[in-house]
Design a protein around this ligand. Structure first.
Ligand SMILES: NC(=O)c1ccc[n+]([C@@H]2O[C@H](COP(=O)([O-])OP(=O)(O)OC[C@H]3O[C@@H](n4cnc5c(N)ncnc54)[C@H](OP(=O)(O)O)[C@@H]3O)[C@@H](O)[C@H]2O)c1
Length: 243
């Protein structure tokens, strides 16, 4: 179990993997700050976790929203020991690149890459000061092996892989670990958000034919965090298999 004072911040805790990670962290005794662009979407978590959960509005594409994050937290929540960079987007993806919209590609990069880099830059100094911390980035198998019609998304997750690995090496001789969990297909609201259409999102998973669930990734994140401090889960790839 985590010590009573261990605080984790999970971005995109309003649905899918982020929500499951937040629930598993709470179960393991962490205090959890969950973020969403819409705090209302965190109300179920808030109700079930009570005082051990703090809901925070955060748009990771908004630099001011990120830079003001620590000031916007109540003082007892400002010492953050674990950062789970989970918020991600593929809006407008899974279509031929030339038919997609530039604004969507930009949003994918801003959310999945710049958001992670900027938020890490804001929270890392606190971890360096206490010489302790864990950063878990939610990558994707698309960050290792691209597939067609995911050019911007694959680019974003390749960039995340480079960021994670470089930072992990840079911080090797400190008390801070940088880890990456890279899921294959996970059945969440991700596809519905991509198409802005719930039915099409569900059809996408049905057609794909195999998938993980959000809690599979949450348990994987907990596994990574719970390893002894001399061990860093640099890249943990998890893929579904049909049963
Ligand atoms: N599903 C998969 O097959 C799969 C596979 C590999 C990797 N992943 C990765 O897993 C992560 C989580 O995805 P998921 O499958 O759980 O999808 P999801 O259910 O759609 O959740 C995405 C989360 O990201 C948040 N988010 C999106 N844009 C944001 C922004 N600009 N600022 C702040 N938060 C934002 C959303 O929060 P709000 O909308 O409430 O702000 C939501 O909580 C992503 O990084 C994704 O790339 C997913």
């Amino acid at each position: 179990m985590a010590s009573k004072e261990t605080t984790a911040l999970v971005t995109g805790a309003s649905s899918g993997i982020g929500e499951s990670v937040a629930r598993r962290l709470l179960e393991k005794g962490y205090r959890v700050i969950g973020t969403s662009r819409d705090k209302q979407r965190l109300s179920a978590l808030q109700q079930s976790a009570g005082g051990r959960f703090h809901a925070l509005e955060l748009d990771v594409t908004n630099l001011q929203s990120i830079e003001s994050l620590l000031q916007r937290l109540p003082e007892p929540w400002r010492k953050i020991d674990v950062l789970v960079n989970n918020a991600g987007s593929d809006i407008g993806g899974r279509k031929p690149f030339h038919l997609g919209q530039a604004a969507n590609w930009r949003n994918t990069i801003e959310t999945n890459v710049q958001g992670v880099i900027h938020l890490t830059h804001v929270l890392l100094p606190g971890m360096v000061k206490q010489d302790f911390g864990d950063i878990v980035n939610i990558g994707s198998t698309s960050g290792l092996e691209p597939v067609p019609t995911t050019a911007a998304y694959s680019a974003s997750k390749h960039a995340l892989d480079g960021f994670s690995e470089s930072l992990r090496m840079e911080l090797e001789r400190t008390g801070i670990r940088v880890m990456q969990v890279l899921p294959g297909m996970v059945r969440t609201g991700f596809a519905a958000a991509r198409y802005a259409d719930t039915k099409q999102g569900e059809q996408f998973y049905d057609d794909f034919g195999k998938w993980l669930c959000a809690d599979d990734i949450a348990r994987t994140v907990i596994f990574a965090l719970q390893q002894p401090r001399h061990m860093v889960v640099s890249r943990l790839v998890v893929v579904p298999k049909p049963v």
